[in-house]
Design a protein around this ligand. Structure first.
Ligand code: IPE
Ligand code: MG
Length: 219
């Protein structure tokens, strides 16, 4: 979800206004994906690298996250959307952990869609964490299969992403789901995230539909 800052700058607004508008877009896109019967939606909300931003901006993003979760909770439950957090969120401040914990608990029984929120997420760190936990489990070398490895990722039990959308014209993955994205399709758009719409989501899905996924094979 990239481009919040530039969206605000274009309007002479503070970056926080861009993040606020971006959160509104995220809410709309969650609803759109549920309507489309998409089983898993992952939103890259805060990367491990985002800690390098000014502390006021980081603080704003976490306050916004709390508001987002409070506001979304009922909608998630009503639409049977289960929240799942991918990333290391155990070290967040108490109010943030509380809002996350409550939403996880209240949506735990929901089974129509999974909303993965990537928070304090790093794909490389996720891979290292999986290695550490495999090593700690004492699993014999020959049992370290792809399947066993996947079981130690944050996305254990979930399918790989079919489609990854990146907004704001950047053409890179930025440490996002780097293991899981091995055969994902990509959709890059210059649209800044606050301007991303249900209509453009449909366009991205239509584009995806036209592709031929061969997974290294031939047709
Ligand atoms: C994305 O927008 C959101 C977060 C990291 C939360 P940016 O803040 O990266 O927006 P730009 O790239 O400065 O426009
Ligand atoms: Mg950015």
């Amino acid at each position: 979800m990239d481009g919040n800052g530039r969206w605000a700058k274009e309007r002479g607004l503070p970056r926080s206004a861009g993040h606020q508008a971006g959160a509104d877009t995220a809410q709309d896109i969650v609803t759109s994906c549920r309507k489309l019967n998409i089983s898993v939606l992952t939103l890259y909300a805060f990367s491990m690298e985002n800690w390098t931003r000014p502390k006021e901006e980081v603080q704003f993003l976490f306050d916004l996250l709390i508001r987002f979760l409070r506001r979304e909770q009922k909608k998630l439950v009503d639409n049977s959307i289960r929240l799942n957090v991918i990333g290391d969120w155990q070290k967040f401040s108490f109010p943030v952990r509380k809002a996350i914990g409550q939403t996880l608990e209240r949506t735990a029984h929901c089974d129509q869609m999974t909303l993965n929120l990537a928070l304090n997420y790093s794909g490389r760190e996720e891979i290292l964490k999986a290695c550490r936990s495999l090593a700690a489990s004492g699993v014999p070398e020959e049992e370290i299969t792809e399947e066993a490895f996947r079981g130690h990722l944050y996305t254990a039990g979930q399918p790989d992403p079919d489609l990854i959308i990146r907004t704001s014209g950047e053409l890179r993955l930025s440490n996002y789901l780097i293991f899981q994205a091995a055969y994902s399709e990509f959709y890059f758009t210059k649209t800044l995230w606050p301007d991303f719409s249900e209509q453009e989501l449909h366009a991205a899905l239509e584009d995806y539909r036209q592709r031929s996924r061969r997974f290294g094979g031939i047709e």
